[in-house]
Design a binder for this molecule. Sequence first.
Ligand code: ZN
Ligand code: ZN
Length: 248
Amino acid sequence: MPFALTLVHLEEALQKPGCPICRLGDEAARRSVDGFLWENVNDPESRRPLQEAYGFCPEHTRLLVTTEMESSGVLLGVNLIYESLARQAMRDLQKGGSLQSAPRGVWGWLERFRRRPTTPPDAPTCPLCRVVEEVQANALITLLEDLTLHAEHARPLYLRADGVCLPHLRQALHLHTQRFPEATRFLREETARRLETLAAHMREYIRKQNWAYRDEAMSEEERVAWLRVLVFFTGYSAERLVRRIEPF
Ligand SMILES: [Zn+2]
Ligand SMILES: [Zn+2]
């Protein structure tokens, strides 16, 4: 994806709620699910990652189903993909396999050879999760580039945004401190400053629950500080955090 295009998307995401990097990953999954449903269904080469992972993760399976339900109502893609996966799982079980996700071919053979029998099987990697991870890794670099190259424009934009979540801040600090020293310092200091303010508001919220201080009014900032802290820890938008949990 060209830099300019990613930059436009990133700056749009910064103006929406929640972690912009998480949001771009989520949007990428929604875009790519169409490819799995309609374009790659009959292409054995594109289906291989799906077979190696024994399907999508639960969250992306739901995305697959709801996308097809909303677009055509006929679940042809889901039937084609999961009939093949069901058959694959059945065959592997009949052969005495343990449904362990592993790359096939020469690399798969080497991997099995290398792995000690006591090592628990790797968690299957959902192909949509891989897309999300890749897009998020690129988006994070784009953010750091933007904060470095266009600091005068990008930093005020960032200051108004919800900002990056804990996992993405961790990723930035762990992987990119050397390449983007100023941008990572900015993120570190800005996040610490926000958390300091929010923790102070939360302490006030807690204090005012005490009967002795019942006459002191609660400010709006104190009322919602916990939500903004949770946005940081999860990457979710505030709206998503308080949405009712659906029944299983
Ligand atoms: Zn995030
Ligand atoms: Zn997934």
